[in-house]
Design a protein around this ligand. Structure first.
Ligand code: SAM
Length: 376
């Protein structure tokens, strides 16, 4: 199968590295996706282990179409019956970019019709009850080139199963993990999020440190498919659990000024099974200090999107810079949409990387420090 993994803009290089580490495969990026050949084992592993990917899909077919007739005929050639069962619930989404077929909803309905038609003929039936397991099919047309992808993940992979829908401006779990993986942090160093909100960064760091698979506490669409042998999933999940390293001593902490956010953070950490590994505390970032050296701050401070917040943000960012500089050889990684962050922080960043927090363009500013001396 041609497997395609998607991740957020700016995060692809981290996902590519994760795929290489997991499968030993160097997946080339193609139109924002990382694609490679593999089977069900690779699909299960990618879904269970990849911390920064959005979804894992299988490319069912690719062809050129400039008219709806060509789209219909092209789709009817695809062997959907190899995946979709007689009573499968089929959900079609469409994307049209720079193409002669530009109407998204018509693309969607014609595609669904073509898929159903194919299944009617193959299964020798006249209606599809659609009462069974879910199959999400994406029909993407880019410059008249149609790519048909079957999503194996179901819910996006940022849904780890530890977070509800609440929280103020929470960071996506996949982005939080990407930022951590882009940093110099490793589990032997202290990590602090001084604006931790609902706890996403400390929780994702603890999952990495303890080698807990990100997809351990959820399920995926492919698991319920009839063509899939569930024992493969059970085995890989068990291997993931066996590989956990829960005896590790780690120093991960989260601070926030808002008690209600901390309550959420503690709840999420409990759900993720890492509560006892993270020290959460109500504190103003200005009071943060540490007896340890060479720690790493990874934070997502408020951005102050309303004009009226600007003055407050300026003061907050100035004080944040002072706090970081008062620490002994700590690095700071800060994700913010505030463009003059470096000026307010009081120091030019050593590295800067463009990332998107949802649709909002942000930068990850890295202020580095002397690394710890290697112990023999
Ligand atoms: C953008 S949110 C962080 C969201 C977090 N990354 C998450 O995933 O939920 C910023 C957080 O900074 C906190 N905050 C604002 N001013 C603070 C201060 N002076 N000290 C500590 N926390 C502060 C807010 O309460 C808010 O929870």
């Amino acid at each position: 199968m041609k497997i395609c993994v998607t991740s957020a803009s700016g995060v692809e290089a981290v996902t590519k590295r994760e795929i290489y580490k997991l499968l030993g495969v160097d997946a080339p990026a193609l139109n924002g996706r990382l694609c490679f050949e593999g089977g069900w084992e690779e699909i299960a592993k990618c879904n269970i282990y990849l911390r920064t990917a959005n979804r894992v899909g299988v490319i069912l077919g690719e062809f050129r179409a400039e008219t709806f007739d060509e789209l219909f005929d092209g789709l009817k050639e695809i062997a959907f019956e190899d995946f979709i069962s007689k009573d499968g619930k089929i959900i079609v989404t469409a994307k049209n970019v720079l193409s002669k077929i530009f109407a998204t909803s018509a693309t969607q309905s014609i595609s669904k019709k073509a898929i159903c038609q194919r299944l009617f003929e193959k299964y020798k039936i006249t209606t599809l009850p659609e009462s069974g397991e879910r199959y999400k099919v994406e029909v993407a047309i880019l410059k008249d080139h149609v790519t048909v992808t079957l999503d194996t993940s179901g819910e996006g992979l940022h849904r780890r199963g530890y977070r509800g829908l609440v929280g103020e401006a929470p960071l996506k779990e996949t982005l939080a993990s990407a930022i951590i993986q882009l940093s110099v942090w490793n589990p032997s160093r202290p990590l602090a999020d001084v604006f931790c909100g609902s706890g996403t960064i400390p929780i994702e760091a603890a999952l990495i440190a303890l080698n807990i698979a990100s997809g351990k506490n959820r399920t995926f669409d492919f698991v319920s498919w009839k063509v899939f042998d569930k024992t493969v999933y059970e085995r890989i999940k068990q291997e993931a659990i066996d590989g956990e390293n829960l005896d590790k001593e780690i120093r991960i902490s989260g601070f926030d000024i808002d008690e209600s956010q901390l309550k959420l953070a503690r709840r999420h950490a409990r759900e993720a099974g890492v509560e006892k590994y993270i020290h959460f505390q109500r504190a103003d970032m200005r009071d943060f200090s540490s007896r340890f050296s060479h720690g790493v701050i990874i934070s997502n401070p408020p951005y102050g999107e309303r004009l009226s917040d600007r003055r407050e943000i300026e003061v907050l960012y100035r004080d944040y810079g002072k706090t970081v500089r008062s620490l002994n050889n700590w690095c700071a990684y800060t994700l913010t949409s505030v463009t003059d962050f470096e000026r307010l922080f009081g120091k030019k960043a050593d590295k800067k990387r463009k990332l998107y927090n949802g649709k909002l363009e942000c930068n990850l500013f890295a202020h580095l420090a002397e690394p710890p001396k290697k112990t023999k």
